[in-house]
Ligand binder design. Structure first.
Ligand SMILES: Cc1cc2nc3c(=O)[nH]c(=O)nc-3n(C[C@H](O)[C@H](O)[C@H](O)COP(=O)(O)OP(=O)(O)OC[C@H]3O[C@@H](n4cnc5c(N)ncnc54)[C@H](O)[C@@H]3O)c2cc1C
Length: 474
């Protein structure tokens, strides 16, 4: 199943099969709170697999619409059905509304009424407060298909009207000169969410959105799609639709196997955390008592965590960071005549893919490529990178020169806890051999899991219709 770079998948424990703890381990989402719940990775699924919903009729390749009615459960119909009701669903529904489709012909089924609810939560958890800037650029406007006026123009106008002339000109200069002569402009998270709220109101999203946890998707015998969903405990229903859009976000938080093993062994969900979980307690304790944090991963999330610790150090300078990386990064990825910049073992790229992958010549190249070539191209263009932000580079350089930020390379052998409840990471360093790294907290900043099989809804769809996956298993 091929998915766009930002149309990603998420899932919930409600119909999560017994978890596979083989690497990479995952954290599942608590179906009651829709929040990551590390404990669900080691307990039984909340909805037993033997649950009698969806009904037996869903075992057919093509479900007879009559069989749905025969269950006696509510069956609704719509022309357009978006599953997820997150940002992907919102953008699709917005486009349909702009194209003239009336509200009553579109349904978006999901778990949270605000289309950005999950995205906002992941941003806040990974230390992007509302005033901080996202990664995508000025004309990436989920509220506005034309990308005009862009976020830079809107922010410049806002600041200009408040008499703040210099920042207003700075944003305009950025969009004019980026990325060669200026740092790429990126919008503040809060401005993006507010703009989505305005567009949601304009297209009557509240009439499009319906609460529902989708349990299964099938083709019908009359050429449509049907969806079995739950509206609450024991409250089941079906929706039959002509067009179906699926955008369920990231299925799970990716967790390094040794850290997952530590959490399971010590039942310690406080000292070892994933950057996408709520973990503000880490910074609160550091600000009060000082301490050492070990960071794993060197992408954009790690950059934000270092920035957050830099801010915490202004309240308590007694905080140190050990950044553990698997291997040095002496030079950046090369593609044709271009090469990515590397500083202090961080590799830079404004977005997670080069911009031309979305609509420019790289997209055309990708479309023409064979599966093997495509795999090579994506490996060259993607990988772990962070945004080319001068403030982050300045923080890293300052931390290294002042000694509170250190980078260590090594392969992790094991993570355990000492008598003082501190974590000990045993690593094998290339020249020094085995070493121990002591830390009060470990933050896993290695990302989110986008694999189809981590999402039971998608996994079921792929299995039921024996769909072909990409070479990555997506
Ligand atoms: C920290 C962070 C920063 C990011 N920065 C950027 C950025 O700068 N620019 C950018 O363009 N993108 C960014 N992204 C990516 C962006 O969040 C995603 O591209 C976007 O949210 C994907 O949309 P989606 O609809 O697929 O998933 P989501 O927005 O996550 O929505 C999916 C929804 O599906 C619901 N759902 C899942 N399973 C079911 C089910 N079985 N039944 C019913 N509902 C279900 C979930 O509750 C969720 O609300 C960022 C992501 C993160 C985490």
């Amino acid at each position: 199943m091929q998915i766009g770079p930002y149309l990603i998948t998420v899932t919930f424990a409600a119909n999560v099969p017994a978890p596979d703890t083989s690497p990479p381990s995952t954290i599942f989402f608590n179906p009651n709170t829709n929040l990551p719940d590390p404990r669900l990775a080691v307990v039984q699924p909340l909805t037993p697999l033997a649950s009698n919903f969806p009904p037996l009729a869903f075992q057919a390749q093509k479900v007879a619409v009559q069989a749905l009615h025969a269950t006696g459960l509510p069956v609704d119909e719509s022309d357009y059905l978006a599953i997820g009701a997150g940002l992907g669903s919102f953008v699709w529904a917005d486009l349909l509304r702009i194209s003239g489709v009336p509200t009553e012909k579109i349904i978006a089924l999901g778990l949270e009424a605000e289309p950005y609810a999950r995205y906002k939560r992941l941003c806040l958890n990974s230390q992007i407060p509302l005033y901080e800037r996202l990664r995508s650029n000025s004309d990436s406007c989920p509220d506005n298909i034309w990308g005009w006026p862009s976020y830079a123009l809107r922010e410049a106008w806002h600041d200009f009207s408040k008499g703040q002339i210099n920042p207003a000109f700075k944003y305009l200069w950025q969009v004019f000169a980026e990325p060669t002569f200026a740092e790429t402009y990126t919008p503040r998270a809060g401005n993006v969410f507010d703009s989505i709220d305005r567009e949601a109101k304009r297209i009557s999203w509240n009439q499009i959105y319906r609460y529902g946890r989708v349990r299964g998707i099938r083709k019908t015998d009359d050429g449509r799609y049907c969806v079995a969903y739950s509206r609450g405990p024991g409250n089941y229903a079906f929706l039959v639709s002509r067009y179906l859009h699926l955008a369920t976000g990231y299925p799970a938080i990716q967790f390094l196997p040794d850290l997952q093993a530590y959490r399971e062994k010590y039942q310690d969900f406080q000292s070892v955390v994933n950057a996408y979980e709520a973990h503000d307690h880490v910074y609160e304790q550091l600000e009060q008592q000082g301490g050492t944090v070990l960071i794993r991963g060197r992408g954009i999330v790690a950059s934000r965590i270092v920035q957050r610790i830099y801010e915490a150090r202004k309240r308590n300078p007694n905080i140190a960071v050990l950044h553990l990386m698997r291997s040095p990064k002496p030079q950046g990825n090369k593609f044709q005549n271009t090469q990515r910049l590397v500083k202090n073992h961080y590799e830079f790229q404004p977005f997670n893919w080069p911009k031309a992958c979305w609509g420019g010549e790289l997209r055309a190249m990708l479309e023409k490529a064979t599966p093997d070539e495509r795999k090579r191209l994506l490996a060259d263009w993607g990988g772990t990178t962070t945004a080319d932000r001068h403030d982050w580079q300045q923080i890293t350089a300052q931390g290294l020169s002042e000694g509170w930020y250190q980078i260590t390379f090594g392969e992790v052998l094991d993570v355990e806890r000492d008598a003082q409840n501190r974590t000990i990471t045993h690593i094998r360093e290339q020249s020094l051999g085995e070493m121990k790294l002591l830390a009060d907290f470990i933050v896993d900043a290695t990302g989110l899991d986008a694999k189809v099989d981590a999402n039971p809804l998608l996994a079921d769809l792929v299995k039921h219709y024996t769909s072909q996956l990409t070479t990555w298993g997506d």
